[in-house]
Design a protein around this ligand. Structure first.
Ligand SMILES: Cc1cc2nc3c(=O)[nH]c(=O)nc-3n(C[C@H](O)[C@H](O)[C@H](O)COP(=O)(O)O)c2cc1C
Length: 175
C-alpha cells in the first residue's frame, strides 16, 4: 500500500513525538509516514505535497504559540494545493501551569492555514471534552484539533487519541 498519510511534528522535550507515534500506530504504519520537521531541509519541503492526509503536530509554548520550527514551514504550506486533501492538527499542552493559554498552538496553526485555497480540516473537538475552567477554549464552539496534556491527564491520552483517530478514519478508510 502506498503511504498516503503524513504526520509532521515538531517537539522540544519529546511529548509531541510520543503522541505522533501513537497516532501513527492507530492509523496504521502501512499507510502512515511520520516526520520530525526539524530534520526536513527547506529544499525538501515538497515532501508535504506527497500526502493526501496531512497531520500537523506542535507543542504549545510561551504565550500559546506553536513550536518556532513551524514558522519556517507555513509560508511553503500556504502555497500548497489543498483540494482533495485533508488537514488535521494536534498539540501538546499543560493545563495546570498554563490554564489561560492551554493548547492554544491549535489556534495559531489553524489561523495560519485557514485561508489556504480549498483547505478542509478534520479532527475538530469540542471544549466539553476538556475538564478545566479557565482556558481560552471556553469562548470557542470548537477546538481546531486534538489537545493532549501529558503532564496532568496522561491517563486520558490513549482514549483521546483513539477517539480522534476513529473520527479521522471515517474519512481515511474510504479513501
Ligand atoms: C517555556 C514553556 C512554555 C509553555 N507554554 C505553554 C502554554 O502557553 N500553553 C500550554 O498549554 N502549554 C505550555 N507549555 C507546556 C508544553 O506544551 C508541554 O510541556 C508539552 O508537553 C511540550 O511538548 P514537547 O515535549 O513536544 O516539547 C510550555 C512549556 C514550556 C517549557
Amino acid at each position: 500500500m502506498d503511504k498516503f498519510i503524513g504526520i509532521f511534528y515538531a517537539t522540544g522535550a519529546g511529548n509531541t513525538k510520543t503522541v505522533a507515534e501513537e497516532i501513527q500506530k492507530e492509523l496504521g504504519e502501512d499507510r502512515t509516514d511520520i516526520f520530525d520537521i526539524f530534520h526536513i531541509k527547506k529544499k525538501d519541503y515538497s515532501i508535504f505535497d506527497e500526502y493526501d492526509f496531512l497531520i500537523f503536530g506542535s507543542p504549545t509554548y510561551t504565550g500559546g504559540t506553536m513550536h518556532f520550527r513551524w514558522k519556517s514551514v507555513f509560508p511553503f504550506l500556504k502555497k500548497l494545493d489543498f483540494s482533495e486533501r485533508y488537514v488535521a492538527l494536534f498539540t501538546l499542552g499543560d493545563r495546570k501551569n498554563y490554564p489561560k493559554k492551554f493548547a492554544l498552538a491549535l489556534n495559531q496553526m489553524h489561523n495560519e492555514l485557514k485561508n489556504c485555497y480549498d483547505i478542509a480540516f478534520l479532527g475538530e473537538c469540542t471544549p466539553e471534552d476538556y475538564h478545566y475552567t479557565k482556558s481560552a477554549f471556553l469562548g470557542q464552539k470548537k477546538i481546531h484539533g486534538l489537545a493532549i496534556d501529558q503532564h496532568n491527564e496522561k491517563n486520558l491520552t490513549p482514549q483521546r487519541i483513539q477517539t480522534w483517530v476513529n473520527h479521522l478514519r471515517e474519512y481515511i478508510d474510504d479513501w
